[in-house]
Design a binder for this molecule. Structure first.
Ligand code: AMP
Length: 397
């Protein structure tokens, strides 16, 4: 059995003695994020193996695929032993699996980042410990906690399961306008009970609904050497709980505040790789919503829209290579293709557009691909986006 290399050393990709220069990168998960990591990494001379339970997941088109569940210890062992370094493209990798891989090989990001990101309660406590602002929240382990929580926070509020929630899954909105909004009011037990039932009584958090001006995210990369770079702040528009549109430009007034928050997070957990943090903007201030320890949908615009994509920078970061320039080459936007694909020819007739199709079977609310669009100035970007939006259906509930 191989022992984990001292200090998580990665073999140098030097190509000496006639060997191929690239490294063998293992990825836990094989969805579209893995596919785009693979596309970036293959172009840099690396090879990939993806561990994914699916039959033909998107990433299988750019590397070897081990078809196994993410808690299959034999498969995890194989991935660890055969690859030079291991990363992930999915934050809900079972912690025991991440720990197994981290004992055998270099796993980046490591189990600590996953532990924080997998549990909304831990995540909130982690952010609070760093002094970051959040929407008011309470922990929920019973119907009564919901009733009391609404009384304390006010309505409307949103109940979110601590674990396994994404794209609006595991979330219930509580309007409760009739009772709970009044100070000292009783809360609405009927609504609380049905919300509790809707999440199957899972441990949860209740958050006050933020009447935000906009939602933003910052994508950052931190290399094994400690070097950090930040992408420009992305403004995100969600529909039915799913990301629909991202736009980026230059000179966002909240850029430096978001960078400061991201730097605190990255350094606190010695994070390596690309990480995204989502925020609400309220009264011109950032409130952290959540973080994703991986490349992120709100960074897809960087494929073609930035000088170095988030995917390339993730690969550079985990190998300890110098990071590439994250700055945008003008104004850029991304539109997700959810549930069905539009006509590619019509879409590509709009100037500045690139088409990305993950090769997935269409299903309602499934992310099937995305479009990126660039422009020299904001007005041009907006008119190109408007044309695209007339051709692409937004996510529906
Ligand atoms: P999440 O899974 O936490 O990212 O939530 C998905 C989406 O639901 C967010 O991007 C927001 O659009 C919305 N949302 C979640 N929590 C809140 C909140 N506390 N206030 C307002 N909107 C929210």
């Amino acid at each position: 059995m191989n022992q984990r290399r001292e200090n998580c050393e990665i073999p140098a990709a030097t190509g000496h003695r006639g060997e191929p220069a690239g490294l063998h990168i293992g990825v836990i998960g094989g969805g579209q994020l893995g596919q785009m990591l693979g596309l970036a990494g293959v172009a840099m001379g690396h090879r990939f193996t993806f561990l994914d339970p699916g039959y033909e997941p998107p990433a299988a088109s750019v590397g070897r695929h081990i078809q196994a569940e993410l808690d299959d210890s034999e498969a995890l062992e194989r991935l660890s032993v055969e690859c030079d370094v291991v990363t992930l493209e999915f934050e809900n990798v079972p912690l025991a699996s991440a720990e197994l891989v981290a004992r055998r090989n270099c796993l980046m990001p490591g189990p600590q980042a996953l532990a924080v990101a997998q549990d909304r309660l831990e995540e909130k406590q982690f952010f609070e410990g760093l002094g970051l602002g959040l929407a008011p929240w309470v922990q929920v382990d019973s119907v009564n906690d919901i009733v009391q929580g609404i009384r304390h926070l006010g309505a409307p509020a949103i109940l979110k399961t601590r674990r396994m929630g994404y794209d609006g899954k595991g979330q219930v909105r509580l309007a409760d306008s009739s009772h709970a909004a009044h100070e000292g009011g009783p809360g609405n037990p009927g609504e609380a009970a049905s919300a509790w039932e809707a999440i199957d009584g899972a441990p949860a958090v209740l958050e006050k609904m933020v009447d935000f001006e906009r939602e933003v995210s910052i994508v950052a990369a931190r290399s094994r050497t400690g070097e950090i770079c930040f992408y420009p702040l992305a403004t995100n528009l969600h529909r039915a709980g799913i990301l629909w549109e991202t736009t980026v430009g230059t000179g966002d007034p909240l850029q430096s505040a978001a960078e400061e928050a991201a730097r605190l997070v990255l350094e606190k957990i010695d994070y390596i790789g690309v990480l995204a943090i989502e925020f609400f903007v309220q009264d011109g201030r950032l409130l952290v919503n959540e973080m994703a320890p991986r490349v992120h949908n709100s960074g897809h615009w960087s494929l073609g829209g930035a000088r170095t994509s988030q995917f390339e920078n993730h690969i550079r970061a985990i190998l300890g290579w110098p990071l590439g320039d994250p700055s945008p080459a003008g104004w850029a936007a991304m539109l997700n293709l959810v549930g069905s694909l539009p006509d590619a020819r019509a879409v590509l007739a709009v100037p500045g557009v690139s088409w990305h199709d993950y090769g997935k079977v269409p299903r309602p609310r499934r992310k099937l691909g995305h479009l990126t669009v660039t422009a020299a100035e904001p007005g041009e970007l907006e008119s190109r986006l408007d044309r695209l939006k007339s051709l692409v259906a937004p996510p529906d509930a």
